[in-house]
Design a binder for this molecule. Structure first.
Ligand code: PMP
Length: 422
């Protein structure tokens, strides 16, 4: 039997069934938010009685919290195999991290991304002073690399950034990050990796991938909500205005005789961490990083492959189920998979999984409308354009999809129950 390698909370939560009785909840929506690890719970519970302000107090507990906060930065840097001259900025999550970076980019930066990105990686670049360049949905990793090469060959000089996902939140497909980074760097373009979905499932080494920044969210990494990371180069961030203006980001503030106020901002992470930081959330995130490292990302990935194979083989036996993907059947994926069921509304289907089997999945367009459009083709294109869902009144095809996703806390029984239900 394949047992979950990392104990998570919530496995014994009983949910009422429409048919009567209860059943333990099967969380198969890790891609939205993963359950917290038991070890994270233990670490947070041990810390709660003694938390205090960070970088703002002379008392014993403030000093301990400050140490813990800075230690968490080092833990995350180790987790991401970050070169020493890089920094970890704590944020609220991936969306926050990418918006922070967008706000810090030099004026006129061209930002390249594929239209298949999650909206958090697609939309922050649409702001004054930046020039987003959207590349079409590629049908293979090689096509993605070729499309980037072509776009960069004809791009004018000036600062550039590529934003690319490590693993898709819709298909689970792993993107050729190192190859794309090599092409980008050859043209003097920097790279930010959206690792929201990759980091919970695979080892992410900034050193090996060569990327300039990484963004991730604690709540997808087996910690509760509230903390995220932007890790990477310092120069553009130190040259930019602080993301938030306020205490903690300012080194010195002075009133001038003419009624104006002069500010000297910090350099380093503090510059973009104004306000009292979320030390509990950060501690939880660092605890999850340690747990994943101790469990061994390669062992976790190997175990996940076993469940993924079972899932795919089971779905392949069900007539009318179509698994979505850009890169073909054999392309590596993390434990995230979306599918349509012929003649069924995705929302009805996922509602039935919940009501009749106690299984939690997600349906819809997954904050990646252009990607789902590309995956569904035909009627799906029109639907995703206007955010519609359900079945096409024209040809009865699905206008959205059901997503099942799992991770290191998923018991085999959840996958089996899901397949029985489908
Ligand atoms: N990028 C990807 C690939 C995601 O899956 C998500 C969350 N669905 C995000 C970014 C945004 O993360 P958050 O909601 O934690 O900001």
């Amino acid at each position: 039997a394949v047992r979950p390698p990392l104990p998570v909370l919530g496995l014994d939560v009983e949910v009422p069934l429409a048919t009567g009785g209860t059943v333990p909840y099967a969380a198969l929506d890790y891609a939205a938010s993963a359950p917290a690890l038991r070890r994270v719970w233990d670490d947070v519970a041990a810390y709660l009685p003694s938390y205090a302000s960070v970088h703002r107090g002379a008392g014993h507990l403030s000093r301990l919290s400050t140490d813990l906060y800075e230690e968490s930065r080092r833990t995350v840097a180790d987790f991401l195999d970050l070169p020493e001259d890089r920094q970890v900025v704590f944020t609220r999550g991936t969306t926050d991290s990418l918006n922070l970076l967008a706000a810090a980019l030099p004026a006129g930066t061209r930002v390249f991304s594929f239209v298949t990105e999650h909206h958090a990686s697609l939309l922050p670049w649409r702001r004054d002073g930046l020039r987003p360049v959207y590349l079409p949905a590629p049908r293979s990793p090689r096509q993605a690399v070729a499309a980037l090469r072509e776009a960069l060959a004809s791009a004018p000089s000036g600062p550039g950034l590529l934003c690319v996902t490590g693993a898709s939140n819709v298909t689970g497909e792993i993107w050729p990050v190192a190859e794309l980074t090599e092409v980008a760097h050859r043209h003097g373009v920097r790279v930010v990796l959206d690792a929201a979905q990759l980091a919970p499932h695979r080892r992410v080494s900034v050193r090996e991938l060569g990327v300039d920044w990484v963004a991730l969210s604690g709540h997808k990494l087996y910690a509760p909500f509230g903390a995220g990371v932007l890790a990477g180069r310092t120069d553009w961030l130190d040259a930019a205005e602080p993301y938030l203006a306020g205490g903690g980001a300012s080194r010195a503030v002075e009133c001038r005789g003419d009624g104006t106020v002069a500010v000297e901002w910090h350099h380093g992470p503090a510059r973009h961490e104004a306000g009292s930081p979320n030390v509990v959330g950060v501690h939880a995130l660092a605890s999850a990083c340690r747990a994943l490292t101790d469990a061994g990302p390669d062992a976790l990935a190997a175990r996940e492959e076993v469940l993924l194979d079972r899932l795919r083989a089971g779905l392949a036996e069900v007539p009318g189920v179509r698994v979505l993907g850009l890169f073909g059947e054999d392309h590596p994926r993390v434990g995230v998979l979306s599918f349509t069921v012929e003649g069924r509304r995705s929302s009805d289907f996922s509602a039935a999984l919940s009501a009749e089997y106690g299984i939690g999945v997600r349906d819809g367009l997954f904050c990646a409308h252009p990607l789902v459009r590309a995956l569904l083709g035909g009627a799906g294109e029109a639907s995703a354009r206007c955010g519609a869902s359900g079945l096409s009144p024209i040809d009865g095809r699905s206008l959205d999809a059901v997503r099942v996703s799992f991770g290191a806390g998923t018991p085999e029984e959840h996958i089996e129950r899901f397949l029985t239900a489908v």
